[in-house]
Design a protein around this ligand. Structure first.
Ligand code: 5GP
Length: 175
């Protein structure tokens, strides 16, 4: 059996870098005079978080959370387990949740409820990728890098069976 692997490039490294700089400038304008707590969701968002953080001109702190969804490898079940929680409380902080991709939105809606209960001063979402045909579009996502068709993608942090996270671009997974 042939293992599925990265196929057609959907978003190039150059496109990612350009859009990340645009998002960084927009976020820096919006948070002028405030300090941001960037909250990255591991493992998928680690590269995007690192690149986006370097584009911010406002003071920022970084923290990470790791979640795992009980589902098959290519779809989300909506039942989320916190594998690694934040290191510090977020009460009264301006939290920017940094995600790799919003697909069904189930992971994000769980996280939003969980984080909102901790009393942040504000809570916004920045996702590199979004699949607009899915119900994730109903979530209040303030910053979106790219909208994708409904295909499973890998690269730039996103995996299939833990592989391909190190690709510099986003590619469709092909059999
Ligand atoms: P949701 O709960 O929105 O359906 O899924 C969110 C999570 O599922 C993402 O954070 C990501 O880990 C994973 N996911 C959703 N779509 C894709 C995809 O196309 N490729 C990869 N590698 N992971 C995905």
């Amino acid at each position: 059996m042939v293992e599925p692997g990265p196929g057609e490039v959907l978003v190039s490294a150059e496109q990612i870098a350009k859009r990340t700089a645009e998002l960084g400038a927009e976020i820096s304008r919006d948070y002028e005079g405030r300090e941001v707590l960037m909250l990255g969701i591991l493992k998928g968002a680690f590269l995007f978080m690192a690149d986006l953080a370097r584009e911010l001109t406002v003071p920022c702190e970084l923290d990470f959370m790791a979640v795992s969804s009980y589902g098959s490898s290519t779809s989300s079940s909506g039942v989320v387990r916190i594998v690694k929680d934040l290191d510090a409380p977020i009460a009264d902080k301006h939290v920017l949740l940094v995600e790799d991709i919003v697909d069904s939105g189930l992971t994000l809606s769980y996280l939003l409820k969980n984080l909102a209960a901790r009393g942040p001063a504000s809570l916004e979402i920045c996702t590199l990728l979004s699949k607009p045909g899915r119900s994730g579009r109903d979530l209040p996502v303030r910053y979106v890098g790219f909208e994708l068709p409904d295909v499973f993608v890998v690269g730039y942090g996103l995996d299939h069976a833990q592989k391909h996270r190190n690709l510099p671009h986003i590619a469709a997974l092909e059999a």
